[in-house]
Design a protein around this ligand. Structure first.
Ligand code: ZN
Length: 221
């Protein structure tokens, strides 16, 4: 069982200072890497610590950092802000066979606040994934195939949406960040691969060859 992340010690005033500092900077903030405590804290729920205007600017900035990376999701702790805010977007061109196997369909840009997910059904999917805060690595994570996400939209409205396949994977990965959980906490560690080894050996739609050769998930996932 995953350990409980400590709540962030950052006060509302400090949080607002952090956001204003990042918004005032001339360049995009760096992406925080594993080992930084902010990635292991339970981020503060958004409850008006920053203004609507600051939230809009922060969301836009996070979108630019995500595009620059490039990635399909970014959580505020990944730029050092322990706030329950994440951005998601997946509009990259992907190989059709891989997209079909992974149930990967385009996800339009969205920002989510205070999210929580619950599985829908008991289906799971096992694929390699990576994280912008663990550069150079990938590992197989078994995740729920379908989830229901409760969150607040930036306009303050409470929403519930269902996600399936790769979109569900992105939603789970980013929501986990806001609770201090990294994908490696849930990964099949024997699958852990450098990007170079992944590209050389396992860059294919499914994980069957990797599973046999590296020796993980020996039963059915
Ligand atoms: Zn990540």
């Amino acid at each position: 069982m995953t350990a409980v992340s400590p709540p962030t010690p950052t006060s509302s005033a400090q949080l607002r200072d952090l956001v204003q500092e990042i918004l005032a900077a001339d360049s995009l903030p760096p992406i925080v890497q594993a080992g930084h405590p902010v990635l292991r804290q339970h981020a503060a729920a958004f409850e008006g610590q920053i203004t609507v205007g600051e939230l809009a600017q922060l969301t836009d900035l996070m979108r630019r950092v995500m595009h620059e990376a490039p990635g399909v999701g970014l959580a505020a702790p990944q730029i050092g802000i322990p706030l329950q805010l994440a951005v998601l977007e997946d509009q990259y061109d992907v190989d059709p066979e891989s997209a079909a196997v992974r149930h990967r369909t385009p996800l339009e840009f969205m920002a989510i606040l205070n999210p929580r997910y619950t599985p829908v059904g008991d289906g799971t999917a096992a694929f390699f994934e990576g994280c912008l805060s663990l550069r150079g690595l990938q590992a197989v994570v078994v995740r729920h195939q379908q989830v229901s996400l409760q969150f607040e939209a930036p306009d303050g409205r409470a929403r519930v949406e269902e996600f399936e396949g790769w979109q569900a994977r992105i939603v789970q990965h980013e929501t986990d960040h806001l609770h201090g959980t990294l994908y490696v906490d849930r990964a099949e560690l024997r699958s852990l691969s450098s990007n170079a080894e992944y590209a050389a050996n396992w860059a294919e739609p499914g994980i069957d060859r990797a599973r046999a050769a590296l020796g993980f998930l020996s039963g059915n996932p």
